[in-house]
Write a protein that binds this ligand. Sequence first.
Ligand SMILES: C[S@@+](CC[C@H](N)C(=O)[O-])C[C@H]1O[C@@H](n2cnc3c(N)ncnc32)[C@H](O)[C@@H]1O
Length: 318
Amino acid sequence: MPPPLREIVAAVRHAPPGRRLALLRALVPILFQRAAQPSIAQACEFDSIEEYRPCYARLAHLLGRPGQTPAPGEIEFLQQVCTRATHYSGAIGGSEFFFLTAMASILAPARTIEIGTSSGFSAALLAAALHHRNPRSKETLVDTIDLHSNYAVDRTKPIGFEIPDLVPDLAGAVAVHTQRESDFVPDLARPNELGLVFIDADHQHPWPLLDLLRVTRYVQSGGWIVLHDIQLGTMAATRPEKAATLTQGAPFGAEWLFDCWPFAKISGGNIGAVQLPRDRGALLPSALALIERPFEVGAWSHRKFRKELGRSLVDLIE
Ligand SMILES: C[S@@+](CC[C@H](N)C(=O)[O-])C[C@H]1O[C@@H](n2cnc3c(N)ncnc32)[C@H](O)[C@@H]1O
C-alpha cells in the first residue's frame, strides 16, 4: 500500500515553509508507488568471546570487507571488559557489545557519534575499537549525546562516568554532550561525513525514527547506523517474566524501524545495523509508513514530533 495522503499532507505542513514545495514534489510520486518492501536481515549474532573471530569474519563479509581481521589488542580488551566487576544497568550486554565493537573495527571510521550515553559503557567500547584500529589518532574518536546530565539509576553519577574507568587512556578522546538530543549532530559533523552512528536513546516510537532521520544527512551514502533494542517489544510481549524486569518498559520504536528497513541490514540479535541507500530520498516511503504507526510517546508531544519529523524528512531530499 502507498502511504496515505494524510501522512503526506501532514509531513508537508510541518516542513519549514521555504522547503514545503520541494518536499511536496518529492512526496507526490510516492502516492502512486507501491510502498518499499522491508528487506530480509542477514543474521550475525556474536554468542560468546570464543566465537568472536568467526563471527567477525562473517560480519566483515556482510559489510563488504572480506578478509578484515580484529585489530591488535581488540580481543584482549573485550576479554577484560567481560570480567569487569560491575555491569551498570542500561548498558548494552555481551553479544551486543561484541557486535558493536566488530562493526566499528571493520568499518574503521575516523570518528563516530552515539545518541544515548548513559554510564558511557558503549561510548568507551566504541572509542577502544577505533583506537585499536588507528592507535596514532589524536582526534576525538567518539562524540556521545545524552538528554540528561545524570545517570538515571544513580543520579549522583554524571552521564558518562564509566568512561575513565574503562578506557583511562582514551577518556580525552570521548566528548560527552549532555542535555542534548540528536538535533545537536549538525554541530558535531559535516554532511556526508560519518561512516558509522550508534542510536541507543529513547526507544519509544517515533524517537528512533526521528534520531535516524536527523543523523542521516551526516552519514555517508552506504554508511551504517547501529540500532539497539531491535527486539525489545517482541521479547517483552512473548516473555512476560523478562518484561517484568524492564523498568523503562518495552517500546517497539527501534524494532519497527529495523523491521521496516527496505535496504541492507544485519541483525546481531537485539542489536542491528541498517545501511543507508545511495539516494536518501529512497527512505521517504518507509519513513512515511512508520510515521503512520501509533506513537508510543505521550499524546501531549505528538504535535511536536510531527513537526520535527516533517523538518527532518526535508533533509532526505537534499
Ligand atoms: C539505554 S541508555 C544508553 C546506554 C548506552 N548506549 C550504553 O550501552 O552504555 C539510554 C540513554 O539515552 C538517554 N536519552 C533518553 N532520551 C534521549 C533522547 N531523546 N536523546 C538523547 N538521549 C536520550 C537517557 O538519558 C539514557 O542515558
